[in-house]
Design a protein around this ligand. Structure first.
Ligand code: AHR
Length: 500
């Protein structure tokens, strides 16, 4: 029996909706085919965007989308992606399969996509191979409403009004694919580039994101903050609003990666233990950040996270196309619980990547589309968006297949929405055992309770032939006794409970 204790009187902060953000790079079949098929496609679309995918994403509630990369961002020259499509330059996508990028999806198309999705915009600029002028002109093109060379160019290209840019990343992984820089060098470049990311719309200032560390590279975090804070007035907190962090779960190491669908119990627990490790990363990077930013004004932006496995057999290795099982669902459930619980520091997170790449929420093949187990987790967790984190604690045993990779059997987070409903998201990490749960509130006398569950064998996944193998189901097997609610959580399952 596990006990989940909720102190609904203790509110711990706001869970920004951006924690449920996504990422779409010019990589493999994410943008092209996955999201954008062009206006002349036989696949139903609106202004080139696949209607089926857009509708499914809207239903899942997508708050923010990051684009155009990733590594691609530091090779992307935005002017190649505007104006009449037939005149757009073609380039080689050197990072991702060496394929030709025809730039038919560019700035206008991205803004159109976000408009259709009803989500905020996160654009990642090119610091690695672009100029300060290029970055500065992109911001002017996007957001300046007066008379200027870039605003005029935008108007000539058919968009009269300036758009709103919510987030702007100044480079990506500049310790690696974004220029192989040292933290000090990058931070000095950051200081210069971000100066020209102007706020043309004072009522809607751009949230500037500085390129942060990979995994446990705390010296990057320290080096960057040291340099950006040097001679910087405290009110400008290091000239940034957010600092990024990237972490991928490779259960069998970066080299081997391991199969997305073929794994044993040992690897199951290893994967989940590695997913839980993100909490250690958040806490440790955050404590380095505390030295420069004790009031937590700088947000931690986990703008790339998720499982990274071997590509599906027979697919282009540069396209990073992988299947998605109940194991991915558990990784998503755990990670989102951890982001919720660290919402004092984590202000945005973007799973990599939205469609057909890495831990996607949607897979497509021609005109077909399937929703992955990860999609269903995001769908079940949507009520956490903009809710208030509540204090919760779970008493549970540690389980695993080896000493090294033990995990708690039960994992949770709890929030309260403005409508007064409390949302609990709870996972059973066991590969084979049920758990009897006792849910205890400090004061609340529960009047109404609803539940949804995602439960299927550990390797279960949705295919184009069998697209509904894994799906959400309603759950109502609750037994109530005063302020205690009992139920049984099946093994390897993710559940959403709502009470008031
Ligand atoms: O998401 C795939 C790649 O992983 C991104 O382009 C890069 O930023 C990271 O290394």
């Amino acid at each position: 029996m596990a006990k989940l204790v909720v102190n609904e009187t203790k509110e711990l902060g706001k869970i920004q909706e951006e924690i449920y953000g996504h990422f779409a790079e010019h990589l493999g079949r994410c943008i092209y085919e996955g999201l954008y098929v062009g206006e002349d496609s036989v696949i139903p679309n609106r202004n080139g965007m696949r209607t089926d995918v857009v509708e499914a994403l809207k239903e899942m509630k997508i708050p923010v989308l990051r684009w155009p990369g990733g590594c691609f961002a530091d090779e992307y020259h935005w002017k190649d992606g505007i104006g009449p499509k037939e005149n757009r330059k073609k380039m080689i996508n050197t990072h991702w399969g060496g394929v030709v990028e025809d730039n038919s999806f560019g700035t206008h198309e991205f803004m159109e996509l976000c408009e259709q999705l009803g989500c905020k915009t996160y654009i990642n600029g090119n610091l690695g191979s672009g100029t300060v002028q290029e970055m500065s002109e992109w911001v002017e093109y996007l957001t300046f409403d007066g008379i200027s060379p870039m605003a005029d160019l935008r108007k000539r290209n058919g968009h009269e009004k300036a758009w709103k840019v919510d987030y702007f990343g100044v480079g990506n992984e500049n310790w690696g694919c974004g220029g192989n820089m040292t933290p000090e060098h990058y931070a000095n470049e950051y200081r210069r580039y971000q100066t020209y990311v102007r706020n043309y719309n004072p009522e809607h200032p751009i949230y500037k994101i500085c390129g942060g560390a990979n995994v446990d590279d705390y010296s990057w975090t320290k080096g960057v903050l040291e340099t950006t804070h040097r001679n910087c007035l405290p009110a400008f907190h290091g000239l940034m609003d957010g600092l990024s962090l990237h972490y991928y779960v490779h259960p069998e190491g970066w080299e081997l990666k391991g199969s997305a669908t073929d794994f044993d119990e040992q690897v199951w627990y290893k994967t989940l233990a590695k997913a839980i490790y993100i909490e250690t990363l958040i806490k440790r990077h955050s404590s380095v950040m505390d030295q420069y930013d004790p009031d937590k004004k700088i947000g931690m932006i986990v703008d790339e996270w998720g499982c990274w496995f071997k590509v599906e057999p027979g697919t282009n290795p540069g396209f990073l196309y992988q299947q998605n099982t109940m194991r991915d669902a558990l990784v998503a459930g755990i990670s989102l619980n951890i982001f919720n619980k660290n919402c004092d520091r984590v202000k945005m997170a973007n799973i990599a990547q939205m469609v057909n790449v890495l831990q996607s929420v949607i897979l497509t093949e021609g005109e077909k589309m399937v929703l992955t187990p990860t999609y269903h987790v995001f769908h079940m967790y949507q009520k956490h968006q903009n809710a208030t984190l509540l204090e919760s604690h779970v008493v549970t045993e540690k389980i695993g297949a080896s000493e090294e990779y033990m995990v708690p059997k039960i994992h949770e987070s709890v929030s309260k929405g403005e409508d007064g409903w409390i949302t609990l998201t709870i996972s059973n990490l066991s590969a084979n055992a049920n758990e009897r749960m006792e849910l205890i509130f400090s004061d609340l006398k529960v009047k109404e309770i609803t539940g949804q569950i995602l439960s299927a064998p550990i390797h279960a996944h949705n295919t184009f032939e069998a697209p509904e193998t894994v799906g959400r189901k309603n759950f109502d097997k609750f037994e109530q006794n005063g302020n205690v609610i009992c139920f049984t959580l099946p093994p390897h399952s993710v559940m959403e409970i709502r009470v008031r």
